[in-house]
Each structure stands twice: as structure tokens, then as C-alpha cells.
Design a protein around this ligand. Structure first.
Ligand SMILES: Nc1ncnc2c1ncn2[C@@H]1O[C@H](COP(=O)(O)OP(=O)(O)OP(=O)(O)O)[C@@H](O)[C@H]1O
Length: 637
């Protein structure tokens, strides 16, 4: 024996309301959509001239009436389609997809009305004719929130039946949800979802409740005490397909449209057109920079019905500087109809949209125009993000993107122009390293670029690898130390003992001390990070783990054990004073404070152990300086 599931409609509606739809507001979209689909079906039957109207009428009892001039339903169709959840006339059973021409496909849309109504009544006159040529009798289906329904034939002259083919859906409000059916809400929702629909959508407005929103008026009527008018909500061309006398007028109209619908005045506009996805629209460039992690959300219409105002994942991640408004016919909605189904068409569309935005960015940046400069000023981060994955943009970016360099903020071209012909360009992977090295590099005439900001290290590395003509490479400690002059051998001999003592004082900081003579002489010391230090530390760990014989060999190969070098500047007066002192306490405290100063110069905040070191050394130096009658540094000269 086979049985069928018993379905508790309350549970299903609750599931839809809580987990599928983001808000009960979608009930109106589902009703509009059924009306549009029924009109499409009637056009298929009777030709393109078939009437295409949807009329929304708030009822005096707080309910709502939605009347369409669609294909209508026969008794058999209503019995099959409305009595079974998940049954849809618009699905392609063989392909398992929604048929192209319709908006609906899942067979659950009408249920969403139970989020706001206790009772749904659909009265319909079918546009089909019976085999005997007679018109089928009109039908009335009444569905209740407890899952029960009634289906009856109705007399053709019944006054509640549409006079012409079509359907009228009436909702009786659910307690506590009646505000969703209030006239102002219905008008606002219909405007939002349906203003671009290719049908004549009108709402009946009571003049005493009219909020004065401008819009074409239809005929007026007297309904009881209140005068009413029909206000037309649709009938607009897609804004980007409207005709204008001149391009300037089109620009102005589309800018106004962005201001009204998106709430900003765009920096620029990119027309979008992807025929295979039946897609057209506009990408607006944001007037201010946004973080790359801000989810970019777009206003999307599917077959001219609003899908959502915050649809994401429509463009590649690097295109976070645009907001699109578009309409597509070949993209598929998810069942909630609030997002896009991730299928091959969406993947191809995303790529094609990315290509159109990219082509605009390339063309705009390539010409040195005010628009290009404004775009770069506001959205240089997005250009950097795009250049990371696109060689054409990378090549352009290398020429137009500003970086922080030892010659000020400028492009790589600017930096090259400021250096002797054929000079190499160097870059640091962190801001800290740039701060450490830049004063010396600048004084030595080295061209240094700060790669420490978002995307820049990766970008500079890609430029180094892909475009050798820039002669760009990451800076190494040897690049810098080569520019530092060895002190003369006699001087080296003179200070050897002191240097050894200072070196020992900084050993706990994992820092080796050397002395060189370099410009600028106001800089007492510089801290170089040996990026090979990591390998050395690894080598040390291996030495410790190895047996005696191998340990000795490896120890010889592993080189200097400390990962940083404090390079004291022998042309600096303070350093010379320190090197001259024989007071061990002053020497140690002086070395520690030079070390901390060099750390601070790199811009990195001090760790607590380093702050303690600074305070301790300062206390010693102050104590010696304040002892009456002596100045410690002079005392030992
Ligand atoms: N106004 C209407 N005129 C004619 N037929 C209708 C109307 N409203 C609903 N129907 C019929 O009832 C069926 C079920 O409607 P329902 O809104 O539940 O699902 P759907 O529109 O097919 O799919 P979806 O769940 O994607 O909206 C429709 O496929 C359609 O055949």
C-alpha cells in the first residue's frame, strides 16, 4: 500500500517565513509574479496584443485584491496546481529547470501569502476554450491557513468573477500582519518590486490617504465616501535603455537615477551589456573609497522584476568599487528569489561583467585625463587588487600607481626619473623596514619603494618577476650595508674593545653590533633585519639536534647566529662619544638606548621588554648625568 505524506501547512508557512524569505514583504512580489506569468501565458495563447494589466486594490476590510488579465485557470488546472504544494505549470519537467519565459517555477510562491493572510481566494476565468468551443466555467478556489481548501465552479455572470479572462486573488488579512496589506505599504512594495515590469501595473489610491507621490493618474472613481484614483506604477523603460535627445541628457538622467535608487552621485558610469545572459545595466563607480572587504551589493532585476537591492557575488571580488543596477533574463533565482543561483551562466556572467569593468578601468587609466586621475585617487586600492591578477593592468599600474618612495610619493616612473640612468629600484616588504632603511638609502641615492601597504608587497613582487625592465628587486641587508663605508683600520682597532663590549650588551636582544661610516650623520644607528636569520635559526636548531661531529660542521656553515644588526654610525657625534667612553655602565646603557631609538625609528611599537630596557638605560644615563660635578661621557673621554 502506498500513502502520501500529511503536510501541516502551518509548519510549511512557518518554514518559508523563517528560513526562506527574509521578510513577509515578498508576498506581494509573488502575487505580482503570478500575474505577470499568467499574462505571459495568455500572450503565448492569444498573441502579443493580449491585454497585460495588473490592478491592486486595497479592500475596505483591510484585505487586498490583485486582478490580472492573464490566462486564468480551468477547474482541472486549479485542482491540479493550487491544491498541491510544489506543483507548478512553469517548470520544464524534462530539463528540471524553470521555463525561460516565466518568473516562477517552484510552485510555492502563492503559499507566501499565508505569511500575511488567513485566507487566499482566487477567482478565475480561463482564456482557453473547451474542445466543444465553449468557454470553460469560471472557478473559485479558497485556501485556508489550516491547509484546507474549497474549489468550485462559479456562474459566468457572478459579479465577483472577472468579466474578461484573468484572475482575481483576494487576501483576508492575518491578525497582527494586517499592516503588510495597508494601502501605503502595498503601493510602496509594488513600486519597489514592479516599477520596471513590462505590464500595466496600477494601484488604487484613496485620495484622502494619498501621500502625494507624483505619478501618472488613471481614471478616478467614487468608492463610498472616498474618491479614489488609479495610480500607474510601471510602464517605464529600463532607465539605461530610455531614449534621450543627447548623450549629456542621458548622463544626467542616469546620474539622477543613481542618486534616487542608490543614494550617491557616482564618480563615473560604465554601461553593461551581456547578450548571452540577456543582461543590460549600469555599473556606477562609487564616489568614495570603500574597504575591499565591504560586501559589494547590487540592485538586480530578473525579467524586470526586482530580485534584490543587495545582491552580492555578481562581480569578481576586485570590482568592489562599483555598484550595479541591472536586468537579466537568463540568470536563475534561488527559491527565495532573493539571490542568484550559482550555475555556469552566473559564472560566465561574472567573468563577462568583470571584463567590461576592467576594460573601462584600463581605458580610463591609460589616458591621462581628469577622470582617470580622480578614479585613481579614490580607488587606487581596487586598481592594486586588479593588477594582482591581471598582467595588462599590472603593466599600467606600474606606470600610474603612486607608491611611497625615497623620492616622495610617486610612480615607479617618477622614481626612475629621479635616479641616475639604469639605476636599480629596491622595495621593502614592510613599512617598518622602509622606515628603518629609507634615511640611509635616500642619503646614498638608492631608489627605495615602500611595499608595506595593502597589496603592495605582492604587487611589487609581481612587477619584479614579470617586467624585468623596471630593474626592481626586494631590498636585502647587503644592498644597504654595501652602501655603508667600512671605518678605517686604525679607527677599527681603536674602538674594537668598546664595540665588543657593546655587542655583548646587545646579545640578549638577538642583535649584533657593527660600526660603519654613513650619511646622514644625524642618524646614530640603524637596525637591519637579516631575512636569512630565519634560515640561520633553523640551522641552529639542526646543530643542536645533530651529533657531535656533524654538529661542529653545521655550526661552521650556519654563520652568524643573530638575526639583526645594529649598525652604529661613526660619523654621528653621540655614537663617537659612546665609543669613547670607558665607563662600562654608561656604555651598556648607551648601547641599549641607541638600540631602542633605532627600533622606534622603524615605527614599530615597543614590546614591554623593550620598554623596560629603554627605561632602565635612561635611568642609568640620567643618574650619571645628574651626579653633581660630573658628566659621565666627558668624564671618560
Ligand atoms: N494569477 C494566476 N493566474 C493563473 N494561474 C495562476 C495564478 N497564480 C497561480 N497560478 C498557478 O498556480 C501555480 C502555482 O503558483 P505558485 O505561485 O505557488 O508557484 P509558481 O509561480 O509556479 O512558482 P514559484 O514558487 O517559483 O513562484 C502556478 O504555476 C500557476 O499555474
Amino acid at each position: 500500500m502506498t500513502s502520501t505524506f500529511q503536510v501541516d501547512l502551518h509548519g510549511v508557512v512557518d518554514l518559508l517565513a523563517r528560513h526562506l524569505y527574509s521578510s513577509p514583504r515578498v508576498y506581494l512580489r509573488e502575487l505580482l509574479q503570478n500575474g505577470v506569468d499568467a499574462i505571459t501565458a495568455r500572450r503565448g495563447l492569444a498573441g502579443e496584443d493580449a491585454p497585460a494589466t495588473i490592478r491592486l486594490r486595497p479592500l475596505p476590510d483591510g484585505g487586498l485584491e490583485v486582478a490580472d488579465s492573464g490566462v486564468g485557470l480551468t477547474l482541472a488546472e486549479a485542482g491540479e496546481l493550487l491544491a498541491t504544494i510544489g506543483r507548478s505549470s512553469k517548470r520544464d519537467v524534462e530539463l528540471g529547470t524553470g521555463r525561460e519565459e516565466f518568473l516562477g517555477q517552484f510552485g510555492i510562491g502563492l503559499l507566501s501569502a499565508f505569511m500575511v493572510a488567513d485566507e487566499i481566494e482566487l477567482t478565475s476565468r480561463s482564456a482557453r476554450s473547451r474542445p466543444d468551443g465553449e468557454a470553460p466555467a469560471p472557478v473559485r478556489w479558497r485556501g485556508f491557513a489550516d491547509g484546507s481548501y474549497e474549489l468550485t465552479e462559479v456562474a459566468a455572470d457572478d459579479p465577483t468573477v472577472p468579466a474578461e479572462p484573468g484572475s482575481i486573488v483576494r487576501l483576508r488579512p492575518r491578525r497582527d500582519m494586517d499592516h503588510w496589506l495597508a494601502p501605503a505599504t502595498v503601493t510602496a512594495l509594488a513600486q519597489d518590486f514592479g516599477s520596471l515590469l513590462p505590464v500595466d501595473l496600477q494601484v488604487e489610491v484613496r485620495l484622502d490617504l494619498d501621500d502625494g507621490t507624483p505619478g501618472p493618474r488613471g481614471s478616478s472613481a467614487v468608492d463610498g465616501d472616498a474618491r479614489t484614483v488609479w495610480r500607474r506604477l510601471s510602464g517605464r523603460e529600463l532607465p539605461w535603455q530610455e531614449r534621450h535627445a543627447t548623450p549629456a541628457e542621458r548622463d544626467a538622467a542616469l546620474t539622477r537615477y543613481a542618486e534616487q535608487t542608490l543614494g550617491f552621485t557616482p564618480l563615473a558610469r560604465i554601461d553593461l551589456d551581456i547578450p548571452v545572459a540577456g543582461l543590460s545595466g549600469v555599473a556606477y563607480v562609487l564616489p568614495a573609497a570603500v574597504s575591499p572587504t565591504t560586501p559589494s551589493s547590487h540592485r538586480v532585476y530578473l525579467k524586470r522584476m526586482l530580485l534584490g537591492t543587495k545582491v552580492d557575488d555578481l562581480l569578481p571580488p576586485w570590482a568592489f568599487f562599483v555598484r550595479c543596477v541591472l536586468d537579466a533574463s537568463a540568470l536563475r533565482p534561488t527559491a527565495s528569489r532573493e539571490g542568484l543561483y550559482e550555475d555556469e551562466v552566473l559564472l560566465a556572467t561574472r567573468e563577462a561583467l568583470g571584463a567590461q569593468v576592467r576594460a573601462w578601468a584600463l581605458a580610463t587609466l591609460a589616458e591621462d585625463s581628469p577622470a582617470g586621475r580622480a578614479f585613481l585617487r579614490v580607488h587606487h586600492l581596487a586598481v592594486r587588487a586588479l593588477a594582482l591578477q591581471d598582467d595588462d593592468m599590472l603593466d599600467l599600474a606600474a606606470r600610474v600607481l603612486p607608491f611611497e618612495t625615497t623620492e616622495g610619493t610617486g610612480t615607479l616612473t617618477d622614481l626612475q626619473a629621479a635616479l641616475p640612468e639604469g639605476a636599480r629600484l629596491l622595495w621593502t616588504p614592510s613599512v617598518e623596514e622602509f622606515r628603518r632603511v629609507a634615511p640611509v638609502a635616500a642619503a646614498q641615492g638608492l631608489g627605495l619603494v615602500n611595499g608595506g601597504y595593502v597589496y603592495d608587497a605582492d604587487l611589487l613582487e609581481r612587477i619584479s618577476n614579470r617586467f624585468p625592465r623596471w630593474r626592481l628587486s626586494p631590498v636585502t641587508s647587503s644592498d644597504v650595508s654595501q652602501a655603508l663605508l667600512e671605518v678605517d683600520p686604525l679607527r677599527e682597532l681603536e674602538i674594537a674593545g668598546t664595540v665588543q663590549a657593546i655587542d655583548a650588551a646587545l646579545a640578549p636582544q638577538d642583535c649584533e653590533v657593527i660600526v660603519r661610516a654613513y650619511e646622514p650623520s644625524v642618524l646614530p644607528a640603524m637596525l637591519l633585519h637579516d631575512r636569512d636569520g630565519d634560515h640561520e635559526r633553523e640551522a641552529r636548531a639542526t646543530v643542536e639536534a645533530a651529533d657531535d661531529l656533524w654538529g661542529q660542521v653545521l655550526a661552521e656553515l650556519s654563520g652568524p647566529a643573530r638575526s639583526r644588526q645594529l649598525v652604529l654610525n661613526d660619523t654621528n657625534d653621540t655614537v663617537r662619544s659612546l665609543l669613547a667612553t670607558t665607563d662600562p655602565q654608561v656604555r651598556e646603557a648607551g648601547a641599549q638606548s641607541l638600540y631602542v631609538t633605532a627600533l622606534l625609528l622603524s615605527g614599530r611599537p615597543l614590546r614591554s621588554s623593550e620598554a623596560t630596557l629603554m627605561n632602565g638605560s635612561l635611568a642609568v644615563l640620567l643618574d650619571r648625568a645628574l651626579r653633581p660635578g660630573t658628566t659621565p661621557l666627558e668624564e671618560n673621554r
